[in-house]
Design a binder for this molecule. Structure first.
Ligand code: MLT
Ligand code: ZN
Length: 476
């Protein structure tokens, strides 16, 4: 059982961070009490904003000794309520936003060491400043923080080529629940010395400790971007197109995103400045991008030739190649505006699932039929990272006034889609994590032995259960 912090303890915590690092006025702490999607609301007596690993270590030492729950927060962009405190009012929120130094750039080693509160876009810029690429890229990159990206093992739109956040890390600095600092900021690509500790904390959503810094892998900076919006008949053809491009020797693909007709309609209707760039209407689209470190037209020619062949073989209905960076940005805006357009259209019941790429068409077909059965009034908006086998299988509210019961079907739709993903040996969370939103579904769908191992690790590292209570695993 966790304790309620006493006024004396709150004062000790304030002393650690000093006046600028402690927020306790209602208007100052309000933004920390609600999640990005406004699904979860919590309470806290104190938000701490430490500016060093040492201060975090002192905070956790004190909280551990007194059994006080701690909720770490980065950019507060979680889709799963991963950084929102419970409504008990007993948990302390710890914001990483003042820990934002770029500690070290090593060009020869292709690595960058940054603190957890660095905004993702700032990490990308720091890499670009030395003519390198940090490839993690997602819609919220202007506000999410690298510590949160690592804690949730974020995905995004370049996973196809570079992998998930986990694949981009060489070392971590972590403050453990008892306040000890684990300095595992290795910058080695080869290091076979026992258990892979860094991968325990990546994806743990702050339940095992607080990531305070990371050494990240850098890549050569692309100089050529080929971006195409491709119209296709259906998801099965999109999968065939992906296979065709890969087997034709194209190892330059970085992005392969599926967009449905309704996605195009929604962004055209709700987002200023967006129109359908095709002359004809098409049932599905793929946004694809290939990159090269060479400044050359060769890549454009190769990809255009492949797409012409694909069109001759009826894999593709139409192709638009971005002619300049303005057009490239425009194509990306179509894809990246889908979540906002869904919100403006009244909101949606969301899923973030993955199955093997080869199973995607069947999954979409069966999932669509199940959703239509449960919520025939819902509008299916299925889009996302087809190249990674990961989809946002969302069902938008129809005219909210006409179907007031739609959102009451959320639990049933969630469970049905998760069951289907499980049936396909897929995952109920491809890239957004578990947080509090999917905690109980995780317990249902993850293998019992895997759950036992997770519980054992939690017990070993955080026996008091102070770290991000109730996220990922339930509080006993
Ligand atoms: C995306 O891919 O656009 C996001 O992960 C999902 C979302 O914002 O709904
Ligand atoms: Zn996504």
């Amino acid at each position: 059982m966790l304790n309620t912090p006493t006024p004396e303890l709150l004062e000790q915590l304030r002393q650690i961070v000093g006046p600028v690092g402690a927020l306790d006025q209602p208007e100052d702490i309000a933004p920390y009490l609600v999640d990005h999607r406004k699904i979860f609301r919590g309470a806290t007596p104190l938000v701490l904003r430490p500016d060093s690993t040492d201060q975090i270590s002192q905070i956790l030492t004190l909280c551990h000794a007194n059994r006080i729950g701690i909720v770490p927060v980065g950019g507060n962009t979680s889709y799963c309520g991963g950084a929102t405190p419970s409504s008990s009012g007993n948990e302390i929120v710890l914001s990483l936003s003042r820990l934002k130094r770029i500690r070290h750039v090593d060009i020869d080693n292709n690595t960058l060491t940054v603190e957890a509160g660095c905004v993702l876009a700032a990490v990308q810029q720091a890499a670009e400043a030395v003519n390198r690429l940090f490839p993690l890229s997602l819609g919220s990159e202007g506000s999410c923080q690298i510590g949160g990206n690592l804690s949730t093992n974020a995905g995004g739109t370049a996973v196809l080529r570079y992998g998930m956040a986990r694949d981009l890390v060489l070392g971590l600095e972590v403050v453990l629940p008892d306040g000890q600092i684990l300095n595992d900021l290795s910058d080695l690509r080869k290091n076979n010395t026992g258990y892979d500790l860094r991968n325990l904390f990546i994806g743990a959503e702050g339940t095992l400790g607080i990531i305070t810094a990371a050494t990240l892998k850098l890549y050569p900076l692309p100089h050529t971007y080929i971006t195409a919006l491709v119209a296709v008949n259906d998801p099965a053809t999109a999968v065939e197109l992906l296979s065709y491009l890969r087997s034709s020797g194209s190892d330059t693909l970085t992005t392969f995103e599926l967009i449905p007709r309704i996605g195009m309609d929604l962004v055209c209707k709700h987002i200023a400045g967006i129109h359908d760039p095709f002359e004809d209407t098409h049932p599905w689209y793929v946004l694809l991008e290939a990159t090269s470190t060479q400044c050359t037209d060769q890549l454009t020619e190769e990809l255009s030739t492949l797409l012409v062949h694909a069109q001759d073989n009826h894999l593709v209905r139409d192709v638009l190649l971005a002619q300049n960076s303005t057009q490239r940005d425009f194509f990306w805006r179509i894809r990246e505006s889908i979540p906002e357009a869904q919100t403006r259209a009244g909101g949606s019941i969301k899923h973030d699932v993955s199955v093997s790429i080869s199973d995607l068409p069947k999954f979409i077909e069966e999932g669509s039929a199940l959703c239509q059965h449960i919520a025939p009034e819902g509008v299916l908006v299925i889009y996302g990272h087809l190249g990674d086998g990961s989809l946002h299988f969302n069902i938008n509210t129809p005219d909210a006034g006409a179907h007031p019961d739609f959102f009451a079907k959320k639990a049933s739709l969630n469970h049905t889609i998760h069951e289907l993903a499980h049936h396909f040996r897929g995952s109920i969370s491809a890239e957004h994590g578990i947080g509090q939103l999917k905690r109980d579904e995780l317990a249902t769908f993850k293998h019992p032995v895997a759950m036992q191992v997770m519980q054992a690790i939690k017990q070993a590292l955080d026996p008091q259960g102070i770290m991000n209570p109730g996220k990922v695993l339930s509080v006993d």
